[in-house]
Design a protein around this ligand. Structure first.
Ligand code: DI6
Ligand code: FE
Length: 399
């Protein structure tokens, strides 16, 4: 396939904003980019038959949502409604609300219904040009239910033209049957479950929720040690609600990413910079929780920590299935530049997942591309609730 008359935002790092190339062509073979550059320099050896004229349309790398919890049972709309009608936290808990209500609904659901539900959210992301989605476990909290969630996540890629990366997040919450006994939960569920999930090929990375309402740094460390023993990369929900030093802990373990980070301090930023850990910012959770503490964007920029952006799609703190809205929120709420928002859902999102074959438009990379009905890449994060996707190419095929 040969795409011509395109405006490429290659997102290759360099002095040109967005890595822009006007009047460009892309040659695709066997699902990969064979050649890209100015059309005038297109080698004459490329066949002209399967030529697609894009009419000057903008082409970016397909988008990557590098942090989601989009496999879950039920939803929390009722809790949302109760709260907005004045119910207190205790009222909500009495009505079975909160994260544990999602755990109960996820345990009760079978794989097929979890998959059907998840696909509604996956389809919304695909419709916005997303080609790679990270999906976490963390609402099962038994070995069997965590594995069930991960199997459902894997099955998404059989049902839709999308690439799935899984993260094992059993260290997300302490289930009621282990209330007050985090160590017993770690020893009997989190650690053996990780080993089993890994044996079954269900785990691409290992995550945890490091927070006073979840797991302490020394507990997360046990999970990271186990992950490293199995040769699996780690990442961490850190500094979302308070500053416990989780991001620095993750960085010291060579984490791919530390995520949320509203309460990250300067020392944590420095450790992240040293280890090359990506800062994944999640404006959907910031917005939903009506958080006011902003992540330290300027410090991250100054220390050259790569910044990614994701939906954090989950039923509680971020019921968001729009990567374009996450980009708009990243700009408006966090003051990221439009170029940073696009790098955050392409090049840097790939890095947050440990992927080197996608996230930029360059020879040898996967032909995962998004073709837009706009000319200016800033329009992608500027508009609110507007999907400018024209077509998506996944592994070299229109889809
Ligand atoms: N960060 C969050 O904000 C949540 N989990 C996490 O790791 C909330 C998840 C939920 O409420 O279902
Ligand atoms: Fe999350």
């Amino acid at each position: 396939m040969l795409l011509v008359n395109a405006r490429l935002a290659t997102m290759v790092r360099g002095s040109i904003p967005y890595g822009l190339i006007d009047r460009a062509a892309i040659a695709i073979e066997d699902g990969k980019i064979l050649w890209c550059g100015r059309e005038a320099e297109l080698p004459t050896t490329f066949g002209r038959d399967a030529r697609q004229d894009l009419g000057g349309g903008l082409v970016t790398p397909a988008l990557i949502d590098c942090h989601t919890h989009l496999v879950f049972g039920g939803n929390r709309a009722q809790e949302f409604e109760l709260r907005l009608n004045g119910a207190s936290y205790e009222d909500v808990a009495r009505n079975g609300g909160g994260i544990l209500s999602t755990v109960m609904a996820t345990r009760e659901a079978d794989e097929d219904s979890l998959l059907a539900d998840a696909l509604t959210r996956v389809d919304a992301l695909i419709a916005e040009g997303v080609a790679t989605i990270e999906v976490k476990s963390g609402y099962g909290l038994t070995v069997a239910d965590e594995l069930k969630m991960l199997r459902v996540a894997r099955r998404i890629a059989d049902e839709r033209p999308v690439r799935i990366r899984t993260s094992y997040l059993a260290a997300h919450a302490i289930p009621p049957e282990f209330k007050g006994s985090p160590n017993a939960y770690l020893e009997r569920v989190v650690l053996p479950g990780l080993e089993q999930a890994h044996t079954e090929g269900l785990v691409d990375a290992v995550d945890g929720f490091c927070e006073s309402i979840a797991f302490a740094p020394h507990e997360i460390e046990q999970v990271f040690d186990k992950a490293q023993g199995l040769g699996l990369p780690v990442k961490l929900h850190a500094e979302q609600l308070s500053s416990l030093g989780g991001a620095a802990l993750a960085a010291r373990h060579g984490a791919l990413s530390a995520d949320h980070l509203e309460y990250l301090d300067a020392a944590g930023v420095t450790v992240m910079a040293q280890s090359g850990t990506v800062a994944v910012l999640l404006p959907g959770a910031f917005y939903t929780l009506r958080e006011t503490q902003l992540p330290p964007v300027n410090l991250l920029r100054n220390e050259k920590v790569p910044i990614a952006l994701a939906t954090d799609c989950n039923p509680g703190s971020s019921p968001l299935a729009s990567i374009l809205l996450a980009m708009n929120m990243g700009a408006t709420l966090f003051r990221l530049t439009p170029q940073e928002t696009l790098a955050g859902t392409t090049r840097n999102a790939a890095r947050a997942l440990g992927l080197e074959d996608c996230g930029v438009i360059a020879p040898g990379k996967r032909a995962d591309l998004a073709i837009w009905n706009v000319a200016d890449p800033a329009e992608l994060s500027y508009r609110i609730g507007f999907n400018a996707l024209h077509r998506r190419i996944f592994g070299g095929d229109f889809s």
